[in-house]
Write a protein that binds this ligand. Structure first.
Ligand SMILES: Cc1cc2nc3c(=O)[nH]c(=O)nc-3n(C[C@H](O)[C@H](O)[C@H](O)COP(=O)(O)O)c2cc1C
Length: 310
């Protein structure tokens, strides 16, 4: 019932982890592979291993999460090694996330993927700090176009981009016009809503150490923003560019709404962190129940069919 074709492969269901959650180590990735998740993605890799920011750098809060992880990861060689092994033993293509902290690092990372035997799908995380004092890459529109121009001069494997949320109709239009110039296979919306602040009631204190407590927000807080970004890009991008919906998926109803807005695959971050890999079986079951109740046999029957008021 939930079978989902993405590029050339049909996954059992559209659910997967969001990069950064439960995917830092080989054993966490193995747990996802053994779960009911339809697909999985690796932690965003940099060229070298990174320790990330001092702890505490993540907090579960009642309506979601706040984090300033600072991209801790084992380095691209570690994840490529995992990916090459994985594809020996699984038919389903793996998603592989990279995140350079400079333009050159992004190019170098993708060159490594290009030169490797990796046959899955690569995700370029453009929602990353670039030059200190400048906005993250995807909030710098000319820079985004520049990077994609350089990337597609040599990169020939399937590539998607992970985007931060946008909040202005003009930004949806401008970013979609740039993305439509390239042979991207998907856009993944959204990364965390940047630089929120959560305060502990009892202590008057922030809950994470880095950046004076400022951090990316995920979970229930972000669903309306995520749905708007999925919908905005679904209605603006050329049909070859699929949408991965990420942000605020806790239940089958949340998953259903992302699909209604036009998403093809769905990623779960904060709720996976809170609940562990069993979350996929629960959400899949809830989504099936909603489809049954509404009389749908396949997701294709309602994907993108959001109703508006005339
Ligand atoms: C602990 C943590 C680490 C994350 N690390 C990454 C990352 O490495 N790369 C990335 O693209 N997004 C990263 N994200 C963002 C998530 O992939 C996701 O876009 C965001 O949390 C919104 O989804 P959610 O509401 O389900 O949490 C991270 C999120 C969390 C909570």
């Amino acid at each position: 019932m939930l079978k989902t074709t993405f590029l050339d492969y049909t996954y059992d269901n559209p659910l997967m982890n969001a990069s950064g959650v439960h995917c830092m180590t080989g054993s966490e990735l193995d747990e996802l592979a053994a779960s009911k998740a339809g697909a999985l993605i690796t932690k965003s890799a940099t060229l070298a291993e990174r320790a990330g920011n001092p702890e505490p750098r993540y907090a579960d809060v009642p309506l979601g999460s706040i984090n300033s992880m600072g991209l801790p990861n084992h380095g691209v060689a570690y994840y490529l090694d995992y990916a090459l092994n994985y594809q020996e033993n699984h038919d389903a293509p793996l998603f592989f996330s990279v995140a350079g902290t400079s333009v050159q690092e992004n190019i170098d990372l993708l060159q490594k993927v290009q030169d490797s035997g990796f046959s899955g799908i690569t995700e370029l995380n453009l929602s990353c700090p670039n030059v200190p004092g400048k906005p993250q890459v995807a909030y710098d529109f000319p820079l985004t176009e520049d990077i994609l121009t350089r990337v597609f001069s040599f990169f020939t494997k399937p590539l998607g981009v992970k985007l931060p949320p946008y909040f202005d109709m003009a930004h949806f239009d401008q970013m979609a016009a740039i993305l439509n110039k390239f042979p991207l296979v998907y856009v993944n919306s959204i990364n965390s809503i940047g630089n929120g602040l959560y305060i502990d009631e009892a202590s008057d204190e922030v809950v994470i150490r880095p950046k004076g407590g400022f951090g990316g927000i995920g979970g229930e807080y972000v669903k309306p923003t995520a749905l708007a970004n999925v919908r905005a890009f679904y209605t603006r991008l050329k049909p070859e560019i699929k949408i991965i919906g990420t942000g605020g998926i806790l239940t089958g109803q949340d998953a259903y709404e992302h699909l209604l807005c036009g998403a093809t695959m769905l990623q779960v971050g904060t709720q996976l962190h809170k609940e562990g890999p069993a979350v996929f079986e629960r959400i899949a079951g809830e989504l099936e129940a909603i489809m049954e109740q509404k009389g749908y046999r396949t997701i294709d029957e309602f994907r993108g069919q959001l109703k508006t008021i005339n």
